[in-house]
Design a protein around this ligand. Structure first.
Ligand SMILES: Nc1ncnc2c1ncn2[C@@H]1O[C@H](COP(=O)(O)OP(=O)(O)OP(=O)(O)O)[C@@H](O)[C@H]1O
Length: 648
């Protein structure tokens, strides 16, 4: 609001009111109180939001004017107030002008858009800066940790073990959300911070952009075409000096911090929701998990096959390979087909490979109902330079699937016609008009009606286009998995699209032995990778933390739950000591071999064997003793094709 304009407009009426009221408004002390009618004059000028303020001011004016409070002349007060206001405005103008000149000529600036990964790096880093976190203008964010995050192990088991049933045997985590501290980041506006001995200025600004739904944002096409406003944030980082190098250094630092312990983790990404996906860029993929790297040796597979895949991918990812491919005019792509029965390790190997090569894994399910062919191409288009793309269960995608959903309304009409001419469908009763339908018919009909946005799936050509079309990103490792390789179209698995096939089978005796040994070997050895290197510890754990973890783990183990004959029975600490006593390597080898001899080769998937062992995870001898019974029950169950397990 411009004070001058306001005053100029109000002054004539003000003066008139004051002179009219001059005689009658003189107080006992000879001072002038506030003239009647002035409130009515000013109120419309200032707007309704200023009315309470104006009323308070009037009251003050009257009190001051009556000499009760200060005995000051109210007109002097009003003038002072006006000067103060104008002075403040003037100072702001001068400050902004000087700041603008300084920023333009003496400062370097870099802008970051919230659509870019760098925005995340910066925000994560800012949340860790004590100087900023203690600032007075913050935005609080709820954070939730994944099961994999190291902090989870810090949970004080003694506190969380006060179970709802009061027994103290079962762990209780009802308090976990309350214990998770919120994250604080600088709020919208301007902040200052120091990095590397330099002062930086950060400006967070939010803007609303109108998106007409035509898929403009990020270059990806809109799937639902609904126009809407979208919020976008802009970070402006500036520092004194004409070179932006210090800011570049800061950005590089935030990026390094963000990925600091990622070498011990595999990042899993999936397509984002349809609405967010259309903004493209980093919005295409949703970061769903960060798992600890799966050591290659935990995947039980024929060693020759494993080495073949590993060396093939290693060769492909070598920095000299792109030139080699380019010189020969071959597209830089490599595709793998992992096929075999369910639970034989196809997904596990994909994750282990991503871990070995330190790549993020991008998982796409072609069954995702909202995934269109354009989306698929856009998703392939926004892949990073090197990554693993896991296309799961490609046989179940819309490729060779019969059209289960009939979207054609004319067919519906035809059926309805048929039903009426035939006297209605099963139990339709008489005329077959909608009114005569029974509830069952109605339910069936509702099931048949697809949702308006339901898709038929991805066609073969759509998938091929995404895999090796113009939009396809070169440099990625594409892994496709299937349980039914024989149903796949030849075009999909021709060389160039699938360069190496890996067959997975149900467990052999050797694999059963390996699974057993892996399950019961000492925990310490499981932290080594395939290369025999020790996994680096997360930065924040020190010796004290380690001790804390050890105690927590031991307590957890003491409170562990045992399985007896398919039923869970809690056992007290110290019981069954002989069973729990860890095995010497020789004993373990011996028991593993005995166990393997009991497993019929090629009948059980590694997942099934792992499931059996997991339920006896601290009792190798018991697992060995109960193996015969389990095998017999499983063979019977498979023969009778029942899904109900008699022995677990
Ligand atoms: N060869 C294997 N070595 C080690 N563990 C395995 C193996 N096969 C299966 N498993 C275990 O079984 C579980 C399921 O395995 P995974 O998801 O890799 O199977 P899959 O072949 O991808 O199954 P699906 O075809 O149903 O997707 C995992 O917990 C995994 O650890």
């Amino acid at each position: 609001m411009d004070f001058n304009t306001l005053l100029r407009g109000a002054l004539p009426t003000l003066v008139a009111n004051i002179s009219d009221a001059a005689g009658s408004n003189t107080t006992a002390f000879g001072k002038k109180s506030f003239p009647d009618g002035i409130l009515e004059t000013l109120a419309p000028l200032l707007g309704s939001q200023f009315n309470p303020l104006l009323k308070s001011f009037m009251l003050f004016y009257k009190v001051a004017g009556s000499g009760i409070l200060f005995g000051l002349d109210p007109t002097i007060l009003l003038t002072l107030f006006g000067f103060f206001w104008a002075g403040n405005k003037l100072w702001r103008q001068v400050y902004m002008t000087i700041y603008g000149i300084v920023q333009e000529h003496l400062m370097a600036t870099i802008h970051i858009n919230s659509g870019d990964e760098m925005f995340l790096h910066m925000m994560r880093w800012l949340a860790l800066q004590p100087g900023l976190v203690n600032s007075r203008s913050l935005t609080a964010e709820t954070t939730s940790k994944t099961a994999w995050e190291e902090e989870e192990q810090d949970l004080d088991i003694t506190k969380s073990s006060i179970s709802a049933d009061g027994s103290g045997v079962y762990l209780n985590f009802s308090n976990q959300e309350a214990r998770a501290p919120p994250r604080f980041i600088p709020a919208l506006g301007t902040h200052g911070f120091w990095f590397d001995g330099r002062f930086f200025r950060l400006h967070r600004k939010q803007e609303s952009l109108y998106d007409d739904g035509g898929g403009g944002g990020g270059g990806s096409s809109s799937s639902n075409g609904v126009p809407a406003f979208k919020e976008r944030e802009n970070l402006t980082i500036s520092c004194f000096g004409r070179s932006p190098d210090p800011i570049k250094k800061l950005l590089q630092h935030t990026k390094e911090q963000y990925y600091k312990d990622h070498h011990a983790k595999t990042i899993v990404k999936r397509p984002n929701s349809q609405n967010v996906r259309r903004y493209g860029g980093r919005h295409s993929w949703l970061h769903v998990a960060e798992r600890p790297v799966r050591p290659m040796k935990t995947v039980v597979l024929d060693e020759k096959q494993k080495v073949q895949v590993l060396s093939d991918i290693n060769e492909y990812l070598h920095p000299a390979t792109p030139r080699w491919y380019a010189n020969r005019g071959i597209p830089l792509r490599r595709g793998y087909l992992f096929h075999g029965p369910p639970g034989t390790g196809k997904t596990s190997l994909s994750f282990a490979l991503a871990g070995v090569f330190g790549l993020d894994i991008y998982v796409i399910s072609l069954l995702e109902p909202s995934l269109t062919e354009e989306d698929l191409s856009a998703l392939f288009n926004s892949l990073p330079r090197r990554c693993v793309v896991l296309l799961e269960d490609i046989d179940t995608a819309g490729l060779s699937r019969p059209a289960v959903v009939d979207n054609n309304p004319s067919n519906d009409d035809k059926e309805k016609e048929d039903s009426s001419t035939n006297g209605g469908r099963k139990g339709g009763g008489g005329g077959g008009s909608k009114e005569d339908w029974k509830v069952a018919d109605l339910a069936r009909e509702l099931k048949r009606q697809p949702a308006a946005d339901e898709k038929k799936g991805i066609s073969l050509s759509g998938l091929l286009n995404a895999i090796d079309g113009v939009a396809s990103h070169e440099g990625r490792v594409l892994i496709m998995t299937t349980n039914k390789p024989e149903t796949l179209d030849d075009a999909l698995i021709r060389p160039g699209r699938v360069d190496l096939q890996v067959a997975f089978t149900n467990a052999t005796r050797e694999q059963a032995r390996e699974l057993f040994e892996r399950m019961y070997e000492a925990d310490a050895t499981t932290t080594t990778t395939t290369h025999g290197k020790q996994q680096p510890k997360p930065n924040h754990t020190n010796e004290d933390d380690d001790n804390k973890h050890m105690t927590a783990r031991r307590r957890k183990e003491e409170l562990s739950i045992d399985v007896i004959e398919g039923g869970y029975t809690p056992i007290a600490a110290g019981a069954d000591n002989d069973e729990r006593r860890s095995l010497t390597p020789e004993e373990l080898k011996d028991i593993s071999a005995q166990f393997a001899a009991k497993i019929p080769p090629g009948q059980f998937s590694p997942a099934e064997i792992q499931g059996f062992l997991l339920k006896r995870k601290k009792y190798p001898r018991r697992a060995l003793a109960e193996a015969d019974k389990w095998v017999a029950a499983m063979v019977l169950q498979k023969a009778s094709k029942t899904k109900i397990l008699q022995v677990q």
